[in-house]
Write a protein that binds this ligand. Structure first.
Ligand code: NIG
Ligand code: FE
Length: 402
């Protein structure tokens, strides 16, 4: 991936200019209003092939053969959803119903989805991934990470990752989601499988290794063994950390320079300090707290400490069955102390940082031409008008796809 710069490139006349954009989020602070969003009013974006080649004021847009009038709508970078679990079958409606009648969320519900996923055909799983990816795309998501974790055998985990890799480049090996029910009496043997034969079978399809570090899943020592084994096979760590209870996940993530510590709901000051001192992104997943009626992660505390925050859906049938980044933005603004600007940054540039990508999550010369046109004059409307389908066009790699 080429490193984007804020200097505009030479523009071929065959390029396409999207003009008359009321406000454009570039996420380049050297542009526009100079805030982290690099907001340009009355803007244009010029696309050549799959790349952005020019951004600036609409009146200064270079001459191009193709012009698209945005009609005074807002444009933002396509959302980068850096955390989802899409390779699954079935759903957990009954569990959700029980929870909304007062039952607590338990990680053990994952077993229900494991059974359904193992029983599904490859074609069913692939169709499911495609369906939820399409759902996300219609809501403005142009980069999507997804994980295994509902197979928990060598064959089923490798199959999940092979299927995921047919749909996205951002694939994460989560053989360590919970201890497989087949190993309930011998968790150590399951960790051995996850760090040995299963890892060997899965590594070719994945970019990342993840572990659910939580009471009832994997403890700090097990998580460390799993992440370091993955790293030795060329996978980079990310961690489900401090979701349901306080634990060692966040500290471990920072120590291993994980790209991201995900959830970050139960944090001590030492956890916040660790995140602020390292380059591990804190990925907040408010869909999970919404759907489990849990306490919100405190985004304000993390931002005030200087931590890079990403906002993603965690789309999965158990704890967060939403593919909607706009919904997560609205929750983050309403309940987690984020400003609309911060939430939109976290769902675009923040997600890119959590995937260590510089080609997406921003709109400057050199970045991939992934953008979302909103039926609104400003990105603020994503939080101001919750639940309203504001995504009116989506462009991915220079092609209009919605
Ligand atoms: O991110 N935390 C672990 N994994 C998922 C939940 C998966 C499930 O309940 O099926 C999560 O919330
Ligand atoms: Fe998750």
């Amino acid at each position: 991936t080429s490193a984007p710069t804020s200097a505009n490139s030479a523009v071929a006349t065959a390029a396409t200019a999207i003009v008359n954009i009321a406000s454009l989020v570039t996420n380049d602070p050297s542009l526009g209003d100079g805030t982290p969003l690099g907001l340009i009013q009355d803007a244009a974006v010029v696309i050549d092939g799959d790349r952005v080649v020019w951004v600036g004021e609409s009146s200064k847009a270079p001459a191009t053969d193709n012009r698209v009038d945005a009609g005074g709508r807002a444009v933002i970078p396509g959302f980068v959803d850096s955390h989802s679990h899409l390779v699954f079958a079935g759903d957990r409606t009954a569990e959700f119903n029980a929870r909304m009648s007062g039952q607590p969320y338990k990680a053990g519900g994952i077993r229900t989805t494991v059974a359904a996923t193992r029983a599904a055909t490859d074609a069913e799983l692939s169709a499911n991934v495609a369906r939820y990816l399409h759902e996300a795309l219609r809501q403005g998501t142009t980069t999507f990470e997804t994980k295994s974790g509902y197979g928990l055998t060598v064959e089923d985990e490798a199959r999940a990752l092979r299927i995921a890799a047919e749909h996205t480049d951002e694939v994460t090996y989560l053989g360590a989601h919970i201890v497989s029910p087949d190993y309930a009496d011998d968790p150590a043997a399951y960790v051995e499988l996850v760090t040995g034969e299963m890892l060997d079978a899965c590594a070719p399809y994945a970019r990342w290794v993840d572990v659910f570090c939580e009471k009832g899943a994997f403890d700090g020592d097990q998580a460390r063994a799993i992440l370091t084994a993955g790293r030795a096979k060329g996978l980079h760590p990310r961690v489900h950390a401090n979701q349901l209870t306080h634990g060692p996940g966040v500290q471990l993530a920072v120590e291993l320079d994980a790209a991201s510590a995900d959830h970050c709901t139960h944090l001590t000051d030492a956890d916040v300090d660790a995140l602020a001192s390292g380059s591990t992104v804190a990925t907040l997943l408010p869909g999970a707290e919404f759907s489990t009626r849990a306490q919100w992660p405190n985004a304000r505390r993390l931002l005030d400490a200087g931590v890079t925050v990403a906002l993603s859906t965690d789309c999965n049938p158990g704890s967060s069955f939403t593919s909607s980044v706009p919904f997560c933005i609205a929750l983050a603004v309403r309940d987690m102390g984020m400003t609309p600007d911060e939430a939109v940054w976290s769902a675009t540039a923040g997600g890119a940082a959590a995937l260590r990508r510089t080609d997406v999550g921003r709109l400057t010369a050199g970045s991939r031409a992934d953008l979302t046109v909103l039926d609104a004059p400003s990105h603020v409307h994503l939080a101001y008008r919750p639940g309203v389908p504001l995504v009116s066009e989506v462009w991915r790699a220079g092609v209009r796809v919605v």
